[in-house]
Design a protein around this ligand. Sequence first.
Ligand code: GDP
Length: 194
Amino acid sequence: RTIQHCELVTSAPDKSFWPESQLPEIVLAGRSNVGKSSFINTMVNRKKLAYVGNTPGKTRLLNFFNIDDTFLFVDVPGYGYANISKRQLQAFGQMMEDYFGTREQKIGLVLLVDARHKPSEDDITMMEYARYHHLPVVVVATKIDKLKRSEISKNMRKIASTLEIPETEIVQFSSETSKGREAVWKKIDELLES
Ligand code: GDP
């Protein structure tokens, strides 16, 4: 899969900044440090479209990336920072409710979880947003290269049971090796075709 053209369209602090495009949108969400920037860069084969090693300061913006004028990735700020204030947490919830509740062109959620860890309460909340809004979810287990072969199936079972999805729906992914890249593209193509 080769991407010809991709660019950051806008970083939106709120709804009034969302792009006017009618292209379908795929939301990318996950805990901070899960490997989301690396995931975006791997998917589009760029070294630094998305900034790797984001700082907690950039937690409030939805980043819209145009991918080959076919669809947009909507990068949700990484969540799960330990000392986030109540006000910031509310603002995040408001932003997600605005988006999921009103954005007609959303067609799916890619939820990134670290292959080494049990999904967090915040990951479960994100699944619930998607279910509530009837949005198909693709679960991507990142950093799979960090697991021993013998650990993989146990961890995938744990992730599947925590998120209440079939294990077969999890894509094992690594930005180091590009494992899972084509599998994710296949899922995205299915979302775009449906
Ligand atoms: P983000 O905060 O979710 O955007 O995560 P980043 O993409 O910035 O990655 C966080 C850290 O994990 C960085 O040090 C990355 O190099 C590392 N990382 C991301 N993806 C992978 C992966 O697939 N394998 C390994 N081994 N490290 C990764």
